[in-house]
Design a protein around this ligand. Structure first.
Ligand code: FES
Length: 150
């Protein structure tokens, strides 16, 4: 077992009720939930792998696929939606050549739609990693991508 996983497992009681906290720590450590790691956790906690997988897919915060080095989150909250966030999201899909929820093949970008990120005055809002881009139009999308594509 990888040292990182056993270190995470040691933080919690080896019981089924610890599973969500463990999954959160794994997601944070790896950026997603690698399947082979989930299998180890299932064995360690004596839970069927199918149960662990269903929890991992149930919660939106978890991802079973690796995320890109630059995660792009397009806000689809009401304020952003009425100001054209859908068009911005579709422009990102076309420019990156991936669908919402996917990661580019070279793992440089992933694209997700999210709920209100809390700065509606800047709508439509796009988060690139921790960086906030406000008043984003379709025309601004290539420039945002270019900024991170190095
Ligand atoms: S709705 Fe997009 S920031 Fe609030």
């Amino acid at each position: 077992m990888e040292a990182k996983v056993s270190e995470i497992l040691q933080r919690y009681e080896p019981e089924q009720s610890s599973i969500i906290a463990i999954l959160q720590d794994i997601q944070e450590a790896y950026g997603y939930l690698p399947r082979e790691i989930l299998a180890q956790v299932a064995e360690e906690l004596n839970i069927p792998l199918s149960r662990v997988l269903s929890l991992a897919t149930f919660f939106r915060a978890f991802s079973l696929k690796p995320k890109g080095k630059h995660p792009i989150h397009v806000c689809m909250g009401t304020a952003c939606h009425v100001r054209g966030a859908q068009l911005v999201l579709e422009k990102f899909e076309r420019e990156l050549g991936i669908k919402t929820g996917e990661t580019s093949e070279d793992l440089s970008f992933s694209l997700d739609a999210v709920r209100c990120v809390g700065c509606c005055g800047l709508a439509p809002v796009v988060m690139a990693g921790e960086e906030v881009h406000g008043k984003v139009s379709q025309m601004k999308v290539p420039g945002i991508i270019k900024k991170y594509k190095k």
